[in-house]
Structures are given as structure tokens and as C-alpha cells.
Design a protein around this ligand. Sequence first.
Ligand SMILES: *Cc1c(COP(=O)(O)O)cnc(C)c1O
Length: 223
Amino acid sequence: MSITENLKHVKNTLPAHVTLVAVSKTKPNEDIVEAYEAGQRVFGENKIQEMTDKYEALPKDIKWHMIGHVQRNKVKYMAPFVSLIHGVDSFRLLEEINKQAKRNNRVIECLLQMFIAEEDTKFGLDEAELLEILSSEEFAGLKNIKVVGLMGMATFTDNQTQVKKEFTQLSNIFAMCKERYGTKDNLDLNIVSMGMSNDYPLAIECGSTMVRIGSNIFGSRNY
Ligand SMILES: *Cc1c(COP(=O)(O)O)cnc(C)c1O
């Protein structure tokens, strides 16, 4: 099946309130153009250099989401254009994003990445660290970022009970924070980014509002 057909198929399975991030990492610009011509505008990349090259080459109304682990010294390269950063996993990173956003005279939207999996290969905050960030005075002082939700990755396993437990945990933390912190200048929790090609229907069942799908659209990746 073509990218256009794959995209149509995936979109047909998504409820209207769920945003699709088409994960184009490692894929050539022609593939992104095909998805773009089929109407897709939100793309996800996991390397800042690759995303910046693609941003420069491709139509300017594309919304670029950084879904990978972010190194603080590279934030400056994406700060002029990035639309949403999913993988924010420390206060120091948030501070750096705020600094670079200010230099570019903009507010950058971020998701805080939560560690929900049983694998220690994945990044993210635990609940206590999340609450510490959101409650801090230092956080309140960051005017050039806006935390708009949470992101998480489930354990890579066929065990649906396990995956469901992890997604539900993220959903519950999200609901608790939304209730506890409400809306502020730099905090407006409305996105739960969870679900990839192999687990997104379950993620949606558990409350996801944003899915990050690569291989089901672009085919498997050759690294
Ligand atoms: C690669 C990647 C995805 C997409 O994975 P697929 O299995 O190809 O859908 C989603 N989220 C993150 C963080 C990724 O790195």
C-alpha cells in the first residue's frame, strides 16, 4: 500500500479528538511530501539535526514535533520553528527551552515526558518529579514555554494487560494534575501523547489525545 493509502487507513481509525503525528524519522523528504499532499500537516522527528534539515527543505506550514530525547545544547537549532516538544524530562531542559524561545521571541509548547514503562531504557519523570516541577516557583517564572500536556511510552511487549496498566497510569496522572493545577499562563494541560503503531488503539481507549505513528504510515524503518 502507498503512503497515501496507509495514511487514509490510519486516519479512518482515529476519533475526531485525537491528533495524528506522522512520525517521519529516517524517511526521505519525498515520503513526507506524499503525506503532505494527502493532507497531513503534523510530522514527528526524533533527531534535531534531521528535523532542522527537513524543516528547511519542506513546506513552511508543516508543524514539526520533536518526539525524541532532547540534548540541552541542541535546543537552539529547533527553537525558531519547532511546534511541540514531546520529550521534556527535566526542569533544566525546560529552562533551556524557555531561554531559547525567548531569544526567538516566541512561546514554545512542551509536553512533560513521564516514565511509565517497566524498561529502564526509556526516559521520563516519575510522579514526584512531575509534581515538584509543576509546583515550583521557578516553573511559574518561565514565560516562554507552555506545558500543554504529558507524553509517555509503554513497555514494548505483547502483554496488553501490562500496556493498558501503563497507559491508564499516565491518564490518571494527567487528570490529577489538570485538577490540581488548573490553567495558568504557562500551563494548560490538554494533550495526552501516547500510542504508536503497535499500541495506539489501546492508548486511545485509555485516554490518549495524540498518537505518534510511523511504520503504519511510512513502512518499516531501515536504520
Ligand atoms: C519512532 C517513534 C514513534 C513511532 O513508532 P512506530 O512504531 O513506527 O509507529 C513514536 N514515538 C516515539 C517517541 C518514537 O521514537
